[in-house]
Design a protein around this ligand. Structure first.
Ligand code: MSP
Length: 525
């Protein structure tokens, strides 16, 4: 494990309010950030908004607001989403922030120039505003961009070009040697294919056509290409161009991105870094796209899912759970409210929620609400199952197979349920009767049952052993599920008198006073 972990989301265009696809990118990144923090690795998690370019100008014009006002409003919506999704981001960058972001962009540009990697040239091409990129004729379908269903603009203009082709062989080597890892690995082939097709790339737009952007240093007739500006956020946010703080975090350990922006992150960004002489990012985690009931999300179809409405309706952790479990990290996945409800009911309410409540009730009713955790009661079959499942769980997180890591968490829940059914702790228990007389104190019993059960030594060991193992299984689940469902993980730990700071390995002779609450996942209406 490296000494630090720097993870980023893409920065989101502020042309429209956030949708569930954006929420997914955010939640997947947050899960990784939390997982590394839980392992005590110093972590920096960055997200933010991408605010320049023609796409934003067009959207602002349509709204009737000034570009600045429009940008502020939508950026605030993304910021609000980070709060609603309980993101643990350390910073939220805005590319329109002239104090924080721009100095880094100027520095990158000047260095590219000093390296002789920028040159002026005439460009003739087809510009897709949706992509903020030039497309090739072969990219089009029936004359329109297949992703945005719009006809690209025919543009002929003088631009600065970046010598992307100069870095072809260095990039190839970086991927062959695994200096940059693409995960899941299957996507690496796409990178090699794109490398074969490399061309120098236009890195500016004429200021007369694009007013909203960052000026090319010493040439106000040109604005820096929005992707060159945007990619630099990964450095500017941590201080590049302003102070030396960035050296503490760079290189990024993980850029989390959707499959549509692979080329920018796998080729253009690393080439820029090679040119300015900075280290390459270690991992690029690529996720697929969310469709809605089998269809691509689109305003025209009217099926755009608002993550905030969903969270209001189902609560945050069920939404996080659905996305992380149902959208396989490497591929596309489908959203439907029906499926979310099913997952809620079967996995969360009947699976995790029931197990936790069952164990807490047994402790409450039969042990007076506390369990003295004794390591010697931990069974090797339970510990071994946890150990082998943990290896898979950790490997899946490392490989960015978050849905599979979550499935591993549920293997523990399945094991705990089977263990409960096998050992039937309710048959082994000596119940603690409810005491209500004037002399009643919690745990005081009468008669034969009392003689057997008042002191811990007198309790049947088998019951305590089973409860210890169930406590171990459910608290292990809580720790593992925490990066995915932070609130749920913490709630389960708290109900066992534990916190994230505790270490299960060190639990021995510790009295856990349980708090049995309302249950984690109430019945859906
Ligand atoms: N601004 C650029 C990124 C610049 S990073 C230096 C951008 N913005 S975006 O708002 O269009 O997309 C942000 C992220 O959301 C991307 O990772 C994109 O893949 C993701 N998603 C957008 N729609 C999506 C789905 N329908 N499903 C899953 N993720 C999708 O690209």
């Amino acid at each position: 494990m490296s000494e630090k972990f720097y993870i980023t989301t893409p920065i989101f265009y502020v042309n429209d309010k956030p949708h569930i696809g954006h929420a997914f990118t955010m939640i997947a990144s947050d899960t990784l950030a939390r997982s590394h923090r839980l392992a005590k690795q110093p972590t920096f998690f960055l997200t933010g908004t991408d605010e320049h370019g023609a796409k934003i100008v067009k959207a602002a014009e349509k709204s009737g607001l000034s570009v600045q006002k429009f940008t502020d409003t939508i950026s605030d919506k993304f910021k609000e989403l980070t709060r609603i999704l309980n993101l643990s981001n350390d910073y939220f960058i805005r590319t329109a922030d002239q104090q924080i972001h721009w100095p880094g962009v100027f520095q990158i540009w000047k260095t590219l120039e000093e390296k002789g990697d920028l040159y002026k040239g005439e460009y003739e091409g087809l510009y897709c505003v949706g992509h903020e990129a030039f497309l090739k004729k072969s990219d089009l379908k029936d004359g329109v961009c297949p992703d945005h269903l719009t006809e690209p603009e025919k543009i002929k203009e003088e631009n600065y070009f970046f010598k992307l082709t100069k870095y072809k062989s260095d990039l190839k080597k970086a991927y062959e040697k695994g200096e940059i890892k693409i995960k899941p690995e299957g996507r690496l082939n796409e990178v090699f294919a794109m490398l074969e097709d490399l061309e120098d790339i236009s890195f500016s737009r004429p200021a007369k056509d694009l007013k909203w952007g960052i000026d090319v240093p010493n040439d106000p007739n040109h604005k820096i290409y929005v992707w060159a500006d945007a990619l630099t956020n990964y450095l500017s946010a941590i201080g590049y161009g302003r102070n030396e703080e960035w050296k503490k975090w760079w290189p990024a350990d993980a850029h989390v991105i959707g499959k549509d922006i692979l080329k920018f992150h796998a080729l253009i960004w690393p080439a820029m870094l090679l040119s300015v002489g900075l280290a390459l990012p270690k991992n690029i985690f690529v996720h697929g796209f969310i469709t809605v009931e089998g269809q691509k999300m689109s305003k025209t179809v009217g099926n755009v899912v608002d993550p905030i409405t969903l969270v209001e309706k189902y609560g945050l952790d069920p939404v996080r759970y659905f996305l992380l479990r149902e959208i396989p990290s490497g591929e596309d996945g489908d959203f439907s409210e029906e499926k979310l409800r099913q997952r809620y009911q079967s996995d969360l309410a009947n699976g995790l929620g029931n197990l936790a409540q069952r164990v807490l009730t047994l402790i409450d009713n039969n042990l007076g609400g506390e369990i003295n955790y004794l390591k010697r009661f931990e069974k090797s079959e339970v510990k071994e199952f946890i150990k082998s499942t943990e290896e898979k769980y950790r490997r899946h997180i490392e490989e960015f197979k978050l849905h599979e890591a979550l499935a591993n968490v549920f293997e523990i829940i399945g094991f705990a349920n089977a263990y409960t059914n096998e050992h039937k702790p309710w048959e082994l228990a000596v119940p603690v009767p409810k005491l209500n007389g004037p002399f009643g104190t919690k745990g005081r019993l009468d008669g034969a049952a009392g003689a057997k059960a008042t002191s811990e030594l007198g309790r049947p060991d088998h019951f305590l052993e089973v409860m210890t193992n169930l406590t171990l299984l459910i608290t292990t689940t809580a720790f593992w599920i925490y990066p995915f469902l932070p609130e749920t993980g913490e709630k389960v730990l708290e109900s066992f008198g534990l916190s994230l700071q505790d270490k299960l390995e060190n639990l021995d002779h510790q009295k856990l006073v349980i708090k049995k609450g309302e249950g984690l996942f109430p019945r859906l209406n």
